[in-house]
Design a protein around this ligand. Structure first.
Ligand code: PLP
Length: 262
């Protein structure tokens, strides 16, 4: 169990008015920022979807974001998925929303193979698939359950050792092999922007991910026709990612404020 989970009740469903307003303001700011970036880049309004990155946030905080217009959420850790799924599903239902349909649920953090069974019944899409071995294990579990799970191939565009993701030079080959697997639906690519100040470096990684996606689509390989999503851009680099073609931005801090726990 991760240490912060001992300090915070992630299943808590009640937050005060000040916190509710804070989160609503955060969502509005981010949605306005996305709209402005879409327009500045000459892209269609609504072509970029907001995923709220909800690690360390409790059910009450996440519902405040959903009440303010968030329609996709992403967790990093299987334990957090488990701790919150029941409360989120019930709170969504009380608002006439179905978690997983009206509010897609993604896993955006590393997945160890012994945790696949924990997340498969809950999440729609696993954004952190970065090896054939992991893809095969997820596929086998999904087929056993007679279901199909969405996957994004995570690519380590920055090459930073601290980051997961496959090498950019392997991405096209991996995508073709994943596309051919039963039980998986390859929906696109994901990356985490370079952790540097230099905008050109961050931009180059995003642009390369977009070109990789385009090459995968152009290959016509079996199971790659739905490889359209580009999940890239976070609080610090969202506007750059949108200029470079992002279709999903994953934002935590700009919605919920700084994290008290990592
Ligand atoms: C935490 C996290 C985000 C959001 O980061 P912020 O800087 O808080 O917006 C996005 N993607 C992944 C994979 C994350 O772990």
């Amino acid at each position: 169990m991760t240490a912060y989970m001992d300090h915070k009740d992630l299943a808590n469903e009640t937050i005060d008015e000040t916190r509710t307003r804070e989160i609503a303001d955060g969502v509005k700011r981010v949605l306005d920022g996305i709209a402005a970036a879409e327009q500045a880049a000459g892209r269609d309004a609504g072509s970029v979807r907001l995923l709220a990155a909800t690690k360390t946030r409790d059910v009450g905080e996440i519902m405040a974001a959903i009440d303010a217009g968030v329609r996709m959420i992403g967790e990093n850790r299987p334990q957090e998925v488990q701790a919150k799924a029941e409360g989120l599903a019930r709170q969504c239902a009380a608002r006439g929303l179905e978690l997983g349909r009206d509010v897609p649920f993604h896993l955006i953090g590393q997945l160890q193979s012994n945790k696949i069974g924990k997340v498969l019944p809950v999440v729609n899409t696993i954004e952190s698939v970065d090896s054939i071995e992991l893809a095969e294990k997820i596929a086998r579990r999904a087929v056993m359950r007679n279901m199909t799970v969405g996957v994004l191939l995570e690519v380590n565009e920055s090459g930073e050792a601290s980051k997961s993701g496959c090498a950019p030079s392997h991405a096209i080959d991996l995508a073709k092999r994943i596309g051919a697997m039963g039980g998986l639906e390859l929906q696109g690519l994901m990356t985490i922007g370079a952790h540097v100040d230099d905008e050109a470096t961050i931009r180059a990684g995003f642009a390369h991910l977009r070109r990789t996606r385009d090459q995968i689509l152009a290959s016509g390989a079996q199971g790659t026709e739905g490889c359209t999503e580009l999940s890239m851009g976070m609080t610090q680099d969202m506007a750059i990612a949108i200029e470079e073609g992002s279709t999903i931005v994953r934002v935590g801090t700009a919605i919920f404020g700084p994290r008290a726990f990592i």
